[in-house]
Design a protein around this ligand. Structure first.
Ligand code: ZN
Length: 379
């Protein structure tokens, strides 16, 4: 990844923060490691700029040893990012945020225990809580780096919020969202009673299971970020990323006679950014190989082939029947609205279309990819 792509990745993360209301106001900050530069260099979001106003040029390059250049204003928590990169060569991106539920649990100054097996996503039998220190200080940086140690991928920060790390920004962001979902569930369980905790042996089994997923890594480009299209006011923000593949009948059974099945066409919103498009194409190809079924991708905007173009191509190959799955993400509602008209157009042009429901949880790009990958991993 070159520097431009790295900056674009961070900006995509900023857009997601702007749209999702995950962290209130201008709270939170993101960074990605810059390899090849001076030891521990990283790009971080600037201080005090609203998420939607952060530009690629406004991101600040910080040298882990020398600190930020004198004329720049990196996030007040740049020391925290520096300390994590210094301690953890495995970390390529850091997300810090103040989401509602995780911040609430952090104010109890307690870890999120193994009330649910998914806490193991953070790397151990609990999600630790770093001791309190004043924001922006070296003490806080050391507290958080200490809580993460060499194995944890996320922690709460007492009376403050959370930190999640990953090999790339997508991983860190997905984990931050997963921790917030767990914190929310933990608070609900605490409000209802005394949650029964899983024991060490069970968490050990879960960690082993997760390692199986790690053997099937996702494509190395963002899976979870939305494209930046307008979100309806009050609309549901993107849901937590699950390690599990959501259920759904579509992928469960191989077609009885794959050669006679019409091609499966995934209709996605489209993007000018190859980092978002390539993983879908890649996974569609893997899926096709795995299932012995032709899988094609069409786009609604920006990209070719769009759906009518693809259908025309297929007709030239003698294929006049497709199974269509609208792949929803941020702009899903609009895509959903467009489907009937597109189907009518295709039918008029001589392609018959069966619209299949994607498994229910597939409401955004990242979930689609993770689902497909999960299915592939599960064989
Ligand atoms: Zn903060």
């Amino acid at each position: 990844m070159n520097e431009e792509a790295r900056r674009e990745t961070l900006i995509a993360g900023c857009r997601w923060f702007a749209e999702s209301a995950f962290s209130p106001g201008t709270s939170g900050n993101l960074s990605v490691r810059v390899p090849g530069g001076s030891a521990g260099a990283f790009l971080v979001t600037p201080a005090g700029v609203p998420w939607e106003a952060i530009t690629a040029e406004g991101l600040v390059m910080v040298d882990g040893a020398a600190g930020p250049p004198p004329d720049t204003t990196p996030s007040s928590e740049w020391r925290l990012h520096a300390a994590i990169y210094h301690n953890r060569p495995d970390v390529g991106a850091v997300v810090h945020a103040h989401p509602r539920a995780a911040t609430a649990v952090s104010c109890l100054r307690r870890p999120i225990p193994a009330f649910h097996y998914m806490v193991a996503q953070a790397g151990g039998a609990e999600i630790p809580c770093a001791p309190y220190a004043t924001f922006g200080t070296q003490s806080l940086a050391e507290s958080v780096a200490g809580a993460l140690g060499t194995t944890y991928r996320a922690c709460l920060m007492a009376n403050h919020g959370l930190v999640a790390v990953g090999a790339d920004l997508n991983g860190a962001l997905g984990l931050a969202r997963a921790v917030e979902a767990l914190a929310d569930q933990y608070l609900a369980a605490l409000a209802a009673g005394d949650p029964i905790l899983l024991d060490e042996a069970e968490i050990g089994r879960v960690l082993k299971q997760f390692a199986v997923y790690a053997d099937h890594p996702a494509p190395a480009t963002p899976l979870t970020m939305t494209e930046g299209s307008a979100r309806e006011p009050g609309a549901r923000p993107p849901g937590p990323l699950a390690v599990e593949a959501p259920g759904g009948s579509l992928w469960d059974d191989p077609p009885p006679n794959p050669e006679h099945e019409p091609p499966l066409v995934l209709l996605a919103h489209g993007s000018r950014e190859p980092a978002w498009k390539d993983p879908l194409l890649d996974v569609a190809e893997q899926l096709g190989r795995q299932r012995g079924r032709a899988v094609r991708v069409a786009f609604l905007q920006f990209d070719r082939p769009d759906l009518p173009t693809l259908a025309a191509e297929l007709r030239r190959e003698g294929i006049d029947r497709i199974d269509l799955i609208p792949v929803f993400y941020a702009a899903g509602r609009h895509l959903n609205d467009d489907v009937p008209a597109l189907v009518a157009q295709l039918e008029a042009e001589g392609t018959s279309v069966e619209v299949l429901d994607a498994p229910g949880e597939l409401e955004e790009f990242g979930d689609v990819l993770l689902t497909l990958l999960g299915r592939i991993a599960a064989g």
